[in-house]
Design a protein around this ligand. Structure first.
Ligand code: GYE
Length: 349
């Protein structure tokens, strides 16, 4: 059976001599014998899950970019937050002899073996969004995503400058951090952004608690924290879905989500800026600031593949530029590592 498939693949590859794509899967051969279909570049995309609006937009961006009209066939696998599922998906892609593997990894570590298998099979791997922590970085072609620690630093710089403008002392802040899922680059960077800034600015962080980037967990964790502490005045949510959940918990506890540091009111900070409700909450003053995280990586990955097809070398790491959205113009710009970032005030259209 295997030898038969190999033979068919060989004939197929030979008959397509001159096409830019490395190979055509045997599966496609049996499904269709139209020569146009055979020209498609096959992408295996292992998405980590569907936990947030950010994730849905990211999946959507990949699906609308890698279409047959654009010359691609996308094989999509949802890892449902489990690395084991993602490893299985990559092994399947290797068996299917895809042209490229795109991986959005749930956490950073544990990828060495499977990425070695992909490399041995000569399949280039592009990492998107979160990073992988591997001993040998030649196991993947390149990575594209956000600078998560910078997002955290920008948020905290905004908070510091805002407090100064409003005459709020840093030592009066009582912060809780609703973290993302532990071990994800977005969590690691955003948590570090807060812990380093808290040390620098003399803020008190009452607790760091994982809330898995979901609205349900955000609400549940915030509820518990509100029972435990009666003086929380800032909640640093590591994504918008957690923020929406935290606001529910704040309101259910009879408190207000708002930009004033005073008894009964809690300032909500967040990341992403893709969820329409969260953006509206900024306009309504319920969320005070969002550090943007851009999920539209489809066209960016396509650009990388086009380069690789031409034999060019894309940069190993590409960072996406991002905005900061605030509820008012108390702070017009912030400086982090001597770079100035303007603040965008969200207003009703
Ligand atoms: O911020 C969050 C998502 O890794 C950047 O994961 C991504 C994060 C994003 O679930 O909403």
């Amino acid at each position: 059976m295997k030898i038969y498939k190999l033979f068919i693949s060989l004939i197929m590859v030979l008959s397509l001599c001159g096409c830019t794509s490395k190979s055509v899967t045997t599966q496609e051969m049996t499904q269709s014998d139209s020569p146009e279909k055979g020209d498609l570049t096959v992408i295996g995309f292992s998405q980590l899950g569907a936990e947030s609006d950010w994730r849905s937009s990211n999946t959507q961006s990949m699906k609308t970019t890698f279409t047959e009209e654009n010359g691609y066939r996308l094989i999509f696998e949802d890892g449902q937050q489990k690395q084991a599922n993602q490893i299985m998906a990559i092994r399947k892609f290797i068996q299917q002899e895809v042209d490229y593997i795109v991986l959005a990894p749930v956490t950073e570590t544990g990828w060495d073996t499977v990425l070695r298998e992909a490399k041995d099979a000569n399949i280039p791997v592009i990492i998107v969004d979160r990073m992988v922590d591997v001993k040998d970085d030649s196991l993947y072609e390149c990575w594209i995503g956000s600078d998560f620690k910078l997002e955290g630093m920008k948020m905290c710089q905004w908070l510091n400058d805002y407090c100064k403008k409003k005459g709020i002392r840093g030592s009066d802040l009582r912060i809780v951090d609703l973290q993302g899922n532990i071990g994800a680059t977005a969590q690691i960077g955003r948590t570090r952004g807060l812990s380093e800034s808290a040390r620098k600015f003399g803020w008190k962080v009452l607790e760091y608690v994982p809330a898995d980037f979901t609205q349900t967990k955000g609400r549940e964790v915030m509820k518990t924290l509100l029972r435990k502490y009666d003086d929380i005045n800032v909640v640093y949510c590591e994504n918008d879905n957690e923020a929406l959940g935290a606001i529910e918990a704040i309101e259910e506890a009879g408190k207000v989500a708002g930009p004033n540091i005073r008894a009964g009111e809690i300032m909500v900070l967040s990341f992403d800026g893709i969820n329409e409700d969260a953006r509206q909450y900024v306009i309504d003053n319920k969320i005070s600031c969002i550090a943007e995280c851009n999920p539209l990586h489809g066209p960016r990955v396509k650009g990388i593949i086009e380069k690789l097809e031409k034999g060019q070398e894309p940069p190993k790491l590409s960072y996406v530029g991002e905005d900061i959205y605030a509820h008012d113009k108390a702070v017009e710009s912030i400086r982090v590592d001597s770079i100035e970032y303007p603040i965008t005030v969200l207003q009703t259209k």
